[in-house]
Every structure is written in C-alpha cells, then in structure tokens.
Write a protein that binds this ligand. Structure first.
Ligand SMILES: Nc1ncnc2c1ncn2[C@@H]1O[C@H](COP(=O)(O)OP(=O)(O)O)[C@@H](O)[C@H]1O
Ligand SMILES: [Mg+2]
Length: 235
C-alpha cells in the first residue's frame, strides 16, 4: 500500500551556524494493507518528519513515497499536486499530531462531528450522536462537549484530536505520540480503539513514547539511528 524509498530530509539549522542535518537519512520501508508499523528511536532522529512527509506537511529533500490510493491509483506523495493531496487527506489519509490545532470557538463535539460529516453522508444528528459516543468512550465528560477545546487540559485536547481522526475510519492513519499526555486508563482506551480500527482494515504508522504501548499495537517496529550532520559550514 505504501512504499517509501530512500526518504531523506535535510534541515539547515540557521541558529547553529548553518549546520545541516539529515533526519531521516535514506529511510526505506514498505507497508502492506492492514499493517501497523511502529517508529522508534532517539529524539531528533526523524520519526515525526517521516509522518510529515507522508502527510505532505513537509516535502522530502530526496526519495519517493509510492502510495496506492483508492482515489487516484498509484501516486508518489512526494510529487503529487496539492489539490490531489488535499483530496487524499479528505478521503483516506489522516494524521494525529501531538497537539490539537483547531479553529477557535468551535465546541469539542462540533469538531469531531464535522470531521465525519465532511467525509460521509451522515446526517447532523447521526454525526453528533457518534461524536458524543466516541468522546464519552475516551473519557471526556459530557459537560465539556459544548465547550471550546482551547480551555481543555493537554490530555483532553489530545483525546479530541484522536476522536476527530478515528471517527471517519481513515484508510491510512499516521499517529505521532497519540498517548503522550494521557493517563493509563485513557491510553488503554486509545489502544482498544486503534485495534478496532486495524481489525476493520485501517493501516497505521505510529510513534509511541513508551515501548509497552507500541508492543501492544505494532506488527513491526523500525528503529531509527541517531541523526547525523552532513556538513558543518564555517564562515
Ligand atoms: N521545520 C524544521 N526546521 C528545522 N529543523 C527541523 C524541522 N523539523 C524538524 N527539524 C529537525 O529535524 C530533526 C528530526 O526531527 P523530528 O522528525 O521531529 O524528530 P523525532 O520525531 O524523531 O524526535 C530534529 O533535529 C529537528 O530539530
Ligand atoms: Mg517527534
């Protein structure tokens, strides 16, 4: 379903005298439908950057990202035009970042319900019902449903973030430390929900801060080496 070949991203660190680093550096993997790939390795090794290149938040410096899309057939996510990329984000690829970024003054339940409405023929009522069910399962108290997530704790925001991505059952789900600010009960619920999603056919790539959570989910784990600097420019 996804085949990443020699993915390299270079960053120039202007604050560090123009030092150039590569993270990831010539990273390759392939992913079959229904598989859960875990990414592990030291901080700064390029794990988040891999997810951002697949979701096209970043453009890779080198490499190819061959993806068999439902919408367009085989495409290279590194080359795909912006409109088609947005279509894929709307219909099949989802990304759960570490932090919730939302439009201000939209209530939590609306954020989750609209993620579903945007992508399905669900009625307003049906979408709100499903959103409420999911938020409640994730331990968000119903009194918070109609309030704005900007006032929520980090863990509550993270659960809203997860809810809005899993509610529409994406075909490919990219997870960047989705349980990092959750207590063990909430984290266990997230693991259950992700398992159900995988059993229903979703393919996932996940970064997890703790190995135990990753072991519960991942079929395979890729270990990243420490980042290396490629040049050190001097004046
Ligand atoms: N937009 C950016 N500009 C400059 N450096 C970046 C940027 N994004 C990531 N980096 C650097 O690239 C390296 C890899 O980052 P990241 O993929 O976030 O690592 P990880 O998720 O493994 O901790 C880090 O050294 C980070 O500082
Ligand atoms: Mg990261």
């Amino acid at each position: 379903m996804l085949s990443v070949l020699d993915l390299t991203k270079r960053f120039t660190l202007h604050t560090q005298g123009g030092k150039v680093i590569e993270a990831p550096s010539a990273f390759s993997f392939s992913l079959h439908e229904g598989m859960f790939l875990g990414l592990a390795g030291p901080s700064g090794s390029g794990k988040s950057t891999v997810l951002k290149c697949i979701y096209r938040t970043y453009l890779p410096t080198k490499g190819a990202l061959h993806y068999h899309s439902l919408l367009f057939g085989p495409v290279d996510l590194a080359q795909l035009d912006e409109h088609r990329m947005l279509d894929l984000r709307r219909t099949e690829i989802a990304y759960v970042s570490q932090f919730l970024r939302v439009i201000p003054r939209v209530p939590a339940i609306e954020i989750v319900a609209s993620a579903l409405k945007y992508r399905s023929s669900a009625s307003d009522r049906e979408a709100l019902r499903k959103a409420a069910e999911l938020l409640e399962r994730l331990g968000i108290p119903p009194r918070l449903f109609d309030t704005y997530p900007s006032t929520f704790s980090g863990g509550e925001q993270q659960r809203v973030n997860i809810a809005r991505s899993v509610i529409w059952k994406p075909r490919l789900l990219l997870l960047d430390e989705p349980t990092a600010s959750l207590d063990s009960t909430a984290a266990a619920t997230v693991v259950d929900i992700l398992r159900e999603l995988r059993d229903a056919g979703s393919t996932m790539i996940g970064i997890f801060h703790d190995r135990a959570t990753m072991a519960q989910l991942a079929d395979q784990v890729h270990e990243f080496p420490q980042q290396r600097s490629v040049h050190a420019y001097r004046d």
